[in-house]
Design a protein around this ligand. Structure first.
Ligand code: HBI
Ligand code: FE
Length: 294
């Protein structure tokens, strides 16, 4: 996307100004081939490490490696499952339309797909991250309710300087969350699902700490957007996540936590319930963090 169009989209404050046509017919054979390569590779590496709810969602929504999903067809299955729908947007949109869409069970998904040269990482979320990463779980009723609540909380947070805290909740659940599945710990976060590097690291590298999800801890814990996770938070179920995030109003927590120090993703604190104590070697040997703690 060229600069000023991207800039204009990030300025747009209404949902209508952000939504575009997917133009499924414009995808090339290379685009569909990239989708298939990414899909097959992630499914191969995630099997055994991804939660059952996600795999059920892929099936329920008929999401396969065959070709880039056509949002019109995808939405028939998604609406039937939980009333959610995917709307095409050119890329990252401003927070207000973003949260408004989530609050209305509409997920803003990109339409472009990365080039074969960008297979392993790209700055902006592309259709593979948004659809393969985020959409399957929207067919699960409890996760669907959580995402809608997240959108409603986002609209409130905009009026109470709470976006920083909510972005952390987004990061440690929607993007990089883990969940218990019959005693095992499995991935559900879109940032894991759609990233080859993060998937390999989570599965093979002993460095990261896996902590029991606690809403106060997560709202207070910073994160780096440009590196693998030092800490992952694990929920018992999507129902328990929804309950923890709706049983207390967030605005008083924003006030309280704003006056307290940001917790580090590299530390384990006395109150933490540690499900797996990492070795920490990844970030000790390669401290290459470029961006600041969020
Ligand atoms: N826009 N399309 C899109 N997708 C996102 O995930 C997104 C966004 N705009 C804002 C945003 N995420 C974050 O600021 C919130 O998650 C906090
Ligand atoms: Fe995402």
């Amino acid at each position: 996307m060229d600069g000023e169009k991207g800039h204009a989209i990030l300025e747009a404050q209404s949902v209508d100004e952000c939504v575009i046509e997917q133009r499924w017919g414009d995808y090339t054979a290379q685009d569909h081939g990239t989708w298939k390569t990414l899909y097959d590779r992630q499914i191969e590496h995630l099997t055994g490490h991804v939660c059952q709810e996600y795999l059920d969602g892929l099936k329920r929504l008929r999401l396969t490696a065959e070709c880039i999903p056509d949002y019109e067809k995808l939405n028939r299955h998604l609406r039937a499952a939980t009333g959610w729908e995917v709307l095409a947007v050119p890329g990252l949109i401003a927070s207000k339309p973003f949260f408004t869409m989530l609050a209305n069970r509409q997920f803003p998904a990109g339409t472009f797909i990365r080039t074969p040269e960008q297979l392993d990482y790209l700055e902006e979320p592309d259709i593979f991250h948004d659809v393969f990463g985020h959409i399957p779980l929207l067919s699960h009723p409890d996760y669907a309710s959580y995402m809608q609540e997240y959108g409603k909380a986002g609209l409130k947070a905009l009026d109470h300087k709470g976006i920083k805290f909510l972005a952390r909740l987004n990061w440690y659940t929607i993007e990089f969350g883990l969940i218990k599945n019959n005693g095992e710990i499995r991935a559900y976060g879109a940032g894991i699902m759609s990233s080859f590097g993060e998937t390999k690291y989570l599965i093979n590298d002993p460095s990261s700490n896996w902590l029991q999800f606690d809403i106060d801890r997560v709202l207070r814990t910073g994160y780096y957007i440009d590196d693998l996770q030092a800490t992952y938070f694990t929920i018992d179920s999507f129902e328990s996540l929804f309950k923890q995030c709706t049983e207390r109003p967030f605005v008083p927590l924003y006030e309280k936590f704003r006056a307290m120090p940001t917790l580090s993703p590299f530390e384990v604190y006395p109150e933490d319930t540690v499900l797996r104590r990492g070795s920490g070697e990844y970030w000790r040997e390669f401290p290459k963090l470029k961006t600041k703690l969020k």
